[in-house]
Design a protein around this ligand. Structure first.
Ligand SMILES: [Zn+2]
Length: 165
């Protein structure tokens, strides 16, 4: 699985990766407003957003309700088919092993993520989970994507709510 690191200088003019990652950040914000860990995702097909999702694990009391899972389901419903072969997923944080598995099943063409997740990210535990043809780009708007999560946990911390790490 070749992962290329995003380089802003590679592109001229308006950068679609930046644009779509900002839309994923809007989704992350929505999760944060519901007191969910702020992770957001969008799926793009032929230059247009066909699905959006944000983390809903608390709201749905479901550990599988990650932003990517919501977006994969919505995209398949929109397209009327389970495969996302001509689609790109933009997600603010590196997908976990579960989501990488689901993205593998979907045969999605491209995955673009912002911040790396050293604790739960798939690149560490299951780099082969994706479809072999899936292209992966990391580091798009990395700082914003990681800041929103860090600030969320900073707010949550109190003597009764100690940090996990
Ligand atoms: Zn996940």
């Amino acid at each position: 699985m070749p992962i290329s690191y995003y380089n802003e200088n590679d592109s001229k003019g308006a950068n679609p990766d930046n644009y779509f990652m900002k839309q994923a950040l809007v989704e992350a914000q929505k999760a944060g407003e519901r007191d969910e860990v702020p992770v957001g995702a969008v799926i793009v097909c032929q230059g247009r957003i066909i699905a959006r999702g944000h983390n809903l694990t608390e709201t749905l009391t479901d550990v599988t309700a990650h932003a990517e899972m919501q977006a994969i389901t919505a995209a398949a419903q929109f397209l009327g088919g389970k495969y996302l072969t001509d689609c790109s997923l933009y997600v603010t944080v590196e997908p976990c092993v579960m989501c990488a598995g689901a993205l593998g099943w979907s045969q999605i063409s491209r995955i673009v993520y912002g911040a790396a997740d050293e604790k739960r990210g798939f690149t560490r535990f299951a780099p082969a989970a994706l479809h072999p043809k899936t292209e992966v780009v990391s580091g798009v708007l990395e700082e914003e994507c990681s800041k929103i999560v860090k600030e969320f946990f900073k707010k949550k911390r109190s003597p009764l709510n100690p940090p996990l790490a």
